[in-house]
Design a protein around this ligand. Structure first.
Ligand code: NDP
Length: 250
């Protein structure tokens, strides 16, 4: 496991937007960031799930979060621009952006993938992070230092049979991360990195491996150290790196 011990106030005063914050790894990330002092913006598809996370954060006495129900499959550029305007009016900056939401999609031979399923998955896993990042750049530039984290996968770093558009989309996200990271020339304090969570006990993992006992894999909460590290000041000079949540520090 990535070893990092986050101080209780690591993310104090930071505003962090997390996609797919209602379930799985995104939910754990939201709870964990809030517990370390961040004001989290909970973006996701299912309002009820976001509200449950909101209530949990509020009950724990952490900074009051914001809820942003948005379907990344159907959202268009204007939706992202409207969200940026709202966040600008409320917070004036964004210190962290976690591209976590994703679809698993069909796991089959590439040439058997239906074009509609391919396009749907690319919309959520690749086009949405692009449009969201584009809209958020002015807010990220307004932060003293900002961190973008992309949730990747082992199949986004080495291709594997039958992982279909999901694997291709994660390669695209890694490419997006590298290009954007390389464009940060020191005039802005933005860094961009990716995390491969590794096998984690979530609905997506259960769907990908239906025969696997869920308890074989760690709970999402256990893989949070690398996310906290990347979102906080201790990783200030880390840019363009592909990290693993379940392996040692680089
Ligand atoms: P889950 O399927 O458990 O959760 C995915 C989250 O994304 C949900 O909150 C879901 O919202 C949200 N989401 C899906 N589609 C949309 C959409 N159209 N609009 C808005 N939100 C959407 O996935 P995990 O937590 O397992 O995965 C999180 C990330 O980690 C993903 O990027 C995944 O690829 C990656 N990963 C996970 C691994 C694992 O073992 N779990 C291993 C390697 C990588 P809702 O519930 O409302 O649909």
């Amino acid at each position: 496991m990535f070893e990092y011990s986050a101080s209780a106030d690591l993310l104090q005063g930071r505003v962090i937007l997390i996609t797919g914050a209602g379930d799985g790894i995104g939910r754990a990330c939201a709870l964990s960031c809030a517990a370390h002092g961040a004001t989290v913006v909970l973006l996701g598809k299912t309002l009820a799930k976001l509200e449950e996370v909101y209530d949990q954060i509020e009950a724990a006495g952490h900074p009051q979060p914001a809820i942003c129900p948005l379907n990344l499959e159907t959202a268009v550029e204007k939706d992202y621009d409207d969200l940026a305007d709202q966040l600008f009016d409320t917070f004036g900056k964004l210190d962290g952006l976690v591209h976590n939401a994703a679809l698993l999609g069909p796991r089959t031979l590439l040439d058997s993938v239906k074009t509609g399923a391919w396009l749907q998955l690319m919309q959520v896993n690749v086009n949405a992070p692009f449009m969201l990042t584009k809209a958020m750049m002015p807010l990220l530039r307004a932060a003293p230092e900002a961190s973008i984290v992309c949730a990747s996968s082992s199949v986004g770093r080495k291709g594997r049979a039958y992982w279909g558009p999901y694997a291709v989309s994660k390669f695209a996200l890694e490419g997006f991360m590298q290009v954007l990271a390389d464009e940060q020339d020191g005039t802005s304090a933005i860094r961009v990195n990716s995390v491969n969570p590794g096998a984690t006990r979530t609905a997506m993992r259960a769907k990908a491996y239906p025969g696997e006992p869920p308890e074989k894999n760690p709970e999402p909460q256990a893989i949070m150290p690398v996310f906290l590290y990347l979102l906080g000041p201790d990783s200030e000079r880390v840019n363009g790196q592909a990290l693993d949540a379940q392996q040692g520090c680089p």
